[in-house]
Design a protein. Structure first.
Length: 349
């Protein structure tokens, strides 16, 4: 694949209406070149739609290096496309030399020197940066309303697309049980409710379920009769105490967490996508429209670091940056976010 072919494929697959925030960013940055002369390592999980994020950074004038495969899965085809696009892939020696900015995910590249600082995508990664007490600024992109598009709405959408891919698309009237009522679990419950499923949640730490969702009062019997069971706790073996019920049930089983949340008694063949996060079976695990604002916010953090070094330690993204990004988004997407937030009730995360 040539560079021109790769660019044409991305333009075809991700029209501006699907990525308004990145499209706008690219337009402005191509004119202003605000990152000219900077070297930048981007470790956003490498899938096709991530390449549009990289191109925005390159349009801004940065020399873009792509970090992949350390903590997160990646798509080998996207890696080939990255090479065709002329993005740089670092070897260990290049990583050791460091960059001006590291845009990290899951703190996978926190050991790579960054002259101006880091921007981290995930909560667990931010936690690791806090513990490491780096003597430089770290922008905590998870600390934003915008991240909800990805973590909640995008994963809910990814679950539904993953279920369809495995032939479990019809959910109306079906009984669904979700383990975990954090950001991801709530996004899944919101979307399953919208699909017409009867939703139950198991999460001892969250006593107030979102609107339209019931607590699983008698979980053993419920799981035996369920049509769909989804894990989203972030905890290894979270559903293991219910293995006998799950093995006795006809339910489709799906894991959305990074760990094996079903535990060793449930064989991989019994869980869709062999226990890997279900949406990672898809070419774009998170659909562009849901990840576009987060990717643009992560990119903007590079600009914050380049413009005026904030004090060492963790910082949320600038509220002005977030507000400006939200203002570029289409009304239906903002309405979906508002509907999700309204459904969370008193126990909002
Ligand atoms: N598939 C994807 O695209 C995707 C995207 C983002 C995050 N994730 C993953 O999803 C998982 C959850 O992330 P999150 O941000 O919602 O985490 P979170 O910490 O906000 O929420 C997890 C919830 O699970 C609950 N929980 C913990 N142990 C439990 C148990 N044994 N039974 C029932 N509930 C339990 C906790 O009380 C908490 O409310 C993580 O593994 C994360 O990496 C996946």
């Amino acid at each position: 694949m040539t560079r021109r072919e790769a660019e044409a494929a991305l333009a075809r697959d991700y029209p501006p209406g699907d990525c308004p925030a990145l499209t706008r960013q690219r337009g402005v940055w191509a004119r202003e070149r605000p990152l000219a002369g900077l070297t930048l390592l981007d470790a956003t999980p490498l899938f096709r739609n991530t390449l549009v994020k990289h191109l925005a950074l390159r349009d801004a004038g940065a020399e873009v290096w792509v970090g992949y495969g350390r903590a997160m899965p990646f798509d080998p085809e996207a890696l080939d496309m990255a090479r065709a696009l002329g993005l740089h892939i670092p070897d260990d020696a290049r990583l050791k030399a460091g960059f001006d900015v590291v845009l990290d995910c899951a703190a996978a590249f926190s050991g790579v020197p960054a002259r101006l600082g880091y921007a981290e995508l995930t909560r667990s990664g931010a936690h690791r940066y806090r513990q490491a007490a780096k003597a430089c600024p770290v922008i905590d992109v998870d600390h934003s309303r915008i991240k909800t598009f990805e973590t909640a709405l995008g994963t809910g959408d990814g679950l539904i697309r993953g279920l369809r891919r495995f032939g479990h698309g019809a959910l109306h009237g079906k009984t669904a049980v979700v383990f975990g009522c954090g950001k991801v679990g709530r996004g899944i419950l919101f979307r399953l409710t919208r699909e017409g499923a009867r939703c139950f949640v198991i999460d001892p730490a969250r006593p107030i379920p979102p609107h339209g969702v019931a607590h699983a009062e008698a979980p053993h019997a419920l799981l035996r009769a369920a049509d769909l069971v989804v894990t989203a706790t972030g905890v290894k073996d979270a559903a293991a105490p219910y293995a006998a019920d799950l093995l006795a049930s006809h339910a489709a089983l799906a894991n959305m967490g990074v760990e094996d949340e079903f535990g060793p008694a449930i064989p991989p063949t019994r869980v869709l996508n062999a226990k890997a996060p279900l949406n990672f079976a898809l070419p774009d695990p998170t659909r562009m429209r849901y990840i576009d604002p987060t990717m643009a916010l992560h990119n903007l953090a590079a600009l914050t670091l380049a413009r005026g070094a904030p004090a060492p330690g963790l910082h949320p993204p600038s509220p002005a940056d977030e507000a400006a990004l939200l203002a570029t988004l289409p009304r239906p997407l903002l309405d979906e976010l508002a509907a999700f937030e309204a459904a969370q009730g008193a126990d909002h995360v």
